[in-house]
Design a protein around this ligand. Structure first.
Ligand code: NAG
Ligand code: NAG
Length: 466
């Protein structure tokens, strides 16, 4: 009788799945995401849902990327995660070194660039897993695809004549002499003073940014018209015209700096956009997201205070207060989060948690996943499953609560890192030290509308942004 009941229930449930294909990724009501396993893998062709009123934001490596070249080499997840760790290490190093340098003003400032010893960590390294946008620079407009980075301030592009060195990029290199609106910035300009590292060549302001993995860019600090979209044009935008560039930026032409500092694009455009920008990071390399400046935020967005850490003025800090797994709040002392602090970064792949918070999350997640066979660890990810024999799986929901009672329910693509269907891992990692800063990384931000308002000092989150 019982078995008859169960087979009846099975047929009943199966028919729900058959008749409701949208159930993929749905939160099933019992605090699980019911997922079709094949939907965990990205498609091989781009599903472009971009509507044109904003900049299209895509994964650098994948079918939606203008820089993507099909290669037979499979994606090396161990390498992506190792690079992610060096990115996080460089944020941490910068955190510590910036604390020590606040005692002594930066002596490198205003020295001639030839003699400037660039501070070891004025930026962070870039993993291969990054997002890119295409903008226009100069008159006539020259299209350039740039790495999107909320963790640095200076926007820069490689510039001809590349008299020192340029790495190879996909698009033609920007030529200042061909733009009628280009001008150099003088050493005495206030904008030059605002750079973390600057120098003079004759009367022309020179900039330099060195990233954690020994990538760097330097050259003339310049001004030209930046075109974000047909209606969004910023004349006199300050950027670095990089004459000497080296590093792991892929085939991108440079970087779009969306940090909190005075030279960032957000700060430079406050008169036009009120210090507001928003984005949605697509969940796979075969789908599209957006980057938008100013404008009305989506209706479902809830705002949490943006916290300032004066030792890391470029970064956006948030107050993380709790984590829920499967609808149950984990018992983690709030001081675990407040002692470490939390920043949000588009360039970090996997979110980092204080060790006590991570072990609590891992334990709760593993308890709800016991029916699935485990798989070996993948680099920094130690909780992995073999889902290759399943067509549908139930994954516990994960929610992060931020200051002001803002609960962010993660998309299922923000909970799992998929190397292959036989190695699907919990996409969080623990910090080594309880004092290390926590990071809300880009996997966890998948499909959320994320709104930054530097004037009102708030960050907003909404569901289903892209
Ligand atoms: C800008 O400065 C560079 C180097 O200092 C110089 O070679 C170039 O001619 C200047 N360009 C303009 C438009 O003044
Ligand atoms: C998947 O199913 C096959 C065939 O039944 C079996 O040999 C294999 O061990 C299963 N794999 C896992 C991870 O359960």
């Amino acid at each position: 009788m019982a078995s008859l009941f169960y087979s009846f229930a099975f047929i009943f449930l199966s028919s729900i799945f058959i008749h409701q294909p949208y159930v993929t990724g749905e939160n099933s009501g019992d605090h699980r995401h019911i997922i079709k396993v094949h939907s965990l893998l990205p498609g091989t062709s781009c599903k472009d849902s971009h509507n044109g009123n904003s900049l299209k934001l895509v994964h650098r490596q994948g079918p939606c990327s203008p820089l993507f070249k099909h290669s037979k080499k499979p994606i090396n997840h161990n390498q992506i995660l190792a690079q992610d760790q060096s990115h996080v290490d460089s944020i941490r190093h910068r955190h510590r070194s910036s604390i020590s340098t606040t005692i002594e003003p930066n002596k490198a400032r205003r020295a001639p660039v030839a003699a400037t010893k660039i501070p070891a960590h004025t930026g962070t390294s870039f993993s291969t897993s990054n997002y890119i946008v295409t903008v226009g620079l100069g008159t006539p407009k020259h299209s350039l695809t740039l790495v999107f980075d909320t963790g640095s301030d200076v926007t820069w592009v490689q510039c001809k004549p590349c008299s020192s060195s340029c790495y190879s990029q996909q698009e033609p290199v920007f030529e200042p002499t061909k733009s009628s609106t280009y001008s150099n910035v003088s050493c005495s300009a206030p904008a030059c003073e605002q750079l973390d590292t600057s120098g003079c060549s004759g009367t022309t302001c020179q900039y330099a940014v060195q990233y954690g993995d020994n990538s760097y860019t330097m050259g003339s600090f310049s001004k030209d018209t930046l075109t974000l979209s047909n209606s969004d044009v910023l004349p006199g935008f300050y950027f670095g015209c990089g004459d000497n560039n080296k590093g792991l930026f892929g085939k991108a032409a440079g970087l779009l700096g969306l940090g909190r500092g005075p030279t960032s694009l957000v700060s430079q455009s406050t008169a036009k956009y009120g210090g507001v920008f928003s984005y949605c990071l697509p969940s796979t390399s075969a789908s599209t997201g957006y980057l938008n400046f100013g404008g009305a935020a989506p209706a479902n967005v809830k705002y949490t205070p943006m916290i300032t850490d004066s030792s890391m003025a470029t970064f956006y800090f948030l107050k993380l207060v709790s984590i829920s797994v499967g609808g149950t709040k984990l018992s983690i002392s709030p001081t675990v989060f407040s002692d470490a602090g939390t920043l949000i970064d588009s360039g970090t792949v996997i979110s980092r948690l204080p060790p006590a918070a991570y072990s609590s999350l891992r334990q709760a997640f593993r308890q709800k996943m016991t029916k699935y066979p485990t798989a070996p660890a993948l680099s920094i990810l130690d909780t992995c499953y073999d889902l290759s024999n399943y067509s549908t799986v139930g994954i516990p929901t994960v929610a992060l609560e931020f200051g002001g009672g803002v609960v962010v329910d993660l998309d299922f693509s923000g909970i799992l890192y998929v190397s292959s269907l036989s190695q699907v891992c919990l996409a969080f990692a623990g910090n080594g030290d309880a004092g290390d800063v926590g990071i809300f990384g880009n996997v966890q931000q998948h499909k959320l509308s994320v709104v930054y308002n530097i004037a009102n000092k708030v960050v907003g989150f909404g569901k289903g942004g892209c």
